[in-house]
Design a protein around this ligand. Sequence first.
Ligand SMILES: CC(C)(COP(=O)(O)OP(=O)(O)OC[C@H]1O[C@@H](n2cnc3c(N)ncnc32)[C@H](O)[C@@H]1OP(=O)(O)O)[C@@H](O)C(=O)NCCC(=O)NCCS
Length: 177
Amino acid sequence: MGEVMDDDPTTPVRLAAYTRTDQTEILGDGDDPFGVAGTGLTFLPKDEHFGIRLAGRLVAHAGLLRLSLTVGDTPSEAMGVGGVAVAPDVRGRGLARRVVAAALTHARTQGPPNALLFCRPPLVPFYTHLGWHPVQAPVHVEQHDGPVLMPLHTMRTPLHEDADWPSGTVRLHSFPM
Ligand SMILES: CC(C)(COP(=O)(O)OP(=O)(O)OC[C@H]1O[C@@H](n2cnc3c(N)ncnc32)[C@H](O)[C@@H]1OP(=O)(O)O)[C@@H](O)C(=O)NCCC(=O)NCCS
């Protein structure tokens, strides 16, 4: 089998693991690097990880997690995207676009029709620019004491050409990612 040559240092790679130390390497060790602590929500770690290393330093990450949910009356699955992060000194160079695209390329091989993410209001234009669509319906997610209304914005993008998104309230059968 021929070796694939790729000299572009910004090509995303699959990460075998993604630890708190890895996240700190990208975003620093602040208390609330994603700005979501105010929601009081508990989030799930992601199962699969994609990253970009520049000169050995991890500078970008996107995580993936398979989700079970109900939209209206329709049970479904989605690929959850989370932990999207780019180191402050290398933002604005397309690294988030590339690492999210790598996660979505993998997500397309997993079966669920759509990918889903939660974000703060200032990031809605960013994900819209990357081709994601706001989910307007209320979204409920599990927490320790039962389901709560998700206060963040929910965005989705189709993973397959025939993927639709039924109307109706969304119920995530897990903690959010
Ligand atoms: C949000 C974040 C991931 C963006 O990373 P980035 O590497 O600067 O983004 P990119 O350079 O890949 O931007 C991709 C495109 O989106 C555009 N874009 C970036 N920010 C934007 C914004 N706020 N609104 C609209 N478009 C935006 C860029 O211009 C670029 O467009 P182009 O590819 O057509 O030239 C980064 O700022 C970050 O890590 N923030 C802190 C952590 C966080 O909040 N993560 C989100 C969790 S949901």
